[in-house]
Every structure is written in C-alpha cells, then in structure tokens.
Design a protein around this ligand. Structure first.
Ligand code: KIV
Length: 288
C-alpha cells in the first residue's frame, strides 16, 4: 500500500511551529508499519488547542469517548452520542496537523449491524475530517471491522477492559484473572484477521499484553497494559493531573488542578480588592 505523506501547513492555531514544518503527516500505513519499532506515542484530546499542543509530540490523537466523563461530567461513557464525538472531533482535527486523528464510536452507534456501523462511521469521518475510527470489541465485532475496513474506513479495535461493557462486567474491571486470558488473545487475533490496523489493549496483566503483542502483526497500544505494547495511550486530563481519579495505570506528569485552583483564587482576590483590572488592562481614550 502506498504511503502518501504531505508536508504540513503553517499552524492555524497558536504560533506558527517551524520545528514541525518538515515533519510527515502520520498515515494509517505508517502507523501500522511501526509494529515492533519505535514506541507509538498516543494521547487523547477533545479541544483544538490541546490537540495543537499534543500534536507537537504525538503520533496519534484519540478523540476518546472518555470525553463524556472528563469533559461532560458523566459517570461513564454510555451516554456519549455521535453528536458529542463529531463536535469534539471537529475541534481536534482543526488543532492537529501531523498526528493521526482517530475518533471513538460511542456506545450504541456500531453494535447493531455492520451497515449501521458504516453509516455512523462514515458520518464521523465526513463531518470531522478524522482518518480512522476506534470501536470496542473482539470477535463479536470482527464482521463489522471487516465491513468498515473493506469500504475505506480504517479501524482501531479495543480489547481487554472495555469501558462500554461496564454494566455487563459490573464496573471497570482489569483483566488479571488468567482464566479469561485466552479469550482476550483470541479477541486480538480476530480483530487483526478482520482488518483492524491497530488495537488498544486496556487494563490487562503484563504477561497477557506481552503475549498479544508478540502474537499479532498489528501495533498494540496499551493503557494499563504494561511497557510491552507497541505504543502507549493515556487520557490527557489524567496525565496532566486535571481529573480526580487516578487509576493504577495513570502516571501524572503535571498538576494542572493545583495551578488552576491557584489562578482562580488569585483572580478572585484581585477582583475583590480591585487590583484587577490594573491600568495596563484598561482601555484609554484614543488620542486624536
Ligand atoms: O475513550 C478513551 O479515551 C479511550 C482510551 C482510554 C483508550 O478509549
């Protein structure tokens, strides 16, 4: 398959970023070819400016349905709609110029039939300009993955802990119990055979992630799945310390919540004592 890579334009968001002028746009074949190579850096983003920042480093940006919890305050991802995904997907595509942008298919938008999945996935691609979609599921989704991939929609699969299955699983449960390992391995093999170009493995024991990564030819992207995967993904807000939950697999690389609280408190105090706005923040009459 040909790998068409184009030079990126000057950034439309924030300052022009000359350092990335000569970097290649990540395509699906390029992403797939990174199997067993330099680890793939992946992060979520839901807004244009965060996408612009993440784009400077990441190979892939996922508009995850975790946005329901992280941005919209929902208790889980089940109420997320296609309209949510399209609105945030549009913002992220505007902000990202180089990374592969993938949009999650929300619960209820693809399970019914391959035809329904195609209708919704093609709508997501048309209305956002993203390159691929991600959907949760293993063997039970193989037919759907094949249907989409054969019709021009690249699919990233998602196995192991599947947040959209939380009601059946009784919560967000990591796959540690060895009895279910064979099932997850066969899920990963099924999605590969169906034509997925990559697979997210979430919340599984290290040995299981290692086995899957060794036994399939497409890149595995881990979240709570050890360093054996071909790449890693984290939810951006978890990574910068802007979301209260800290599951075992999250490492906080910053504490944005503290910075925001500090800024809110300083602003409030200055409004109250009238030291903000100061003279430099105030318009003066124009001299004629
Ligand atoms: O919704 C999401 O953000 C995800 C990642 C955690 C993989 O599916």
């Amino acid at each position: 398959m040909s790998t068409i890579s184009k030079k990126i334009d000057v950034k439309q968001i924030g300052q022009p970023d000359n350092s990335s002028m000569n970097r290649k746009v990540m395509t699906v074949p390029n992403f797939r070819d990174r199997k067993g190579g330099k680890p793939l850096v992946c992060l979520t983003a839901y807004t244009a400016h965060v996408a612009h920042l993440v784009d400077a480093e990441a190979d892939m940006i996922l508009v995850g349905d975790s946005l329901g919890m992280v941005i919209h305050g929902m208790p889980n991802t089940l109420s997320v709609t296609i309209e949510h995904m399209i609105m945030h997907g549009q913002a992220v595509v505007r902000g990202a110029k180089k990374a592969l942008v993938i949009v999650d298919m929300p619960f209820g938008s693809y399970e019914e039939s391959p035809e329904v999945a195609f209708r919704n996935a093609s709508r997501i691609i048309k209305e956002t300009g993203c390159t691929a979609v991600k959907l949760e599921g293993g063997k039970e989704m193989a037919k759907t993955i094949h249907h989409l991939a054969a019709r021009g929609i690249p699919v990233m699969a998602h196995v192991g802990l599947m947040p959209q299955q939380m009601n059946t699983a009784g919560g967000f449960k990591a796959v540690q119990d060895q009895e279910s390992w064979d099932d997850v391995i066969s899920d990963a093999k099924s999605v590969e055979a169906a034509g997925a170009f990559s697979v997210v493995i979430e919340g599984v024991a290290e040995e299981l992630a290692q086995k899957i990564t060794k036994n399939i030819k497409i890149p595995t992207i881990g979240i709570g799945a050890s360093a054996h995967c071909d790449g890693q993904i984290l939810v951006f807000e978890d990574m910068i310390g802007l979301f209260p939950r800290v599951p075992t697999f999250v490492k906080r690389y910053g504490n944005m919540e503290e910075m925001m609280i500090d800024a809110i408190q300083k602003y409030s105090a200055e409004v109250r004592d009238r030291s903000f706005p100061a003279i430099e923040h105030t318009y003066r009459p124009k001299k004629v």
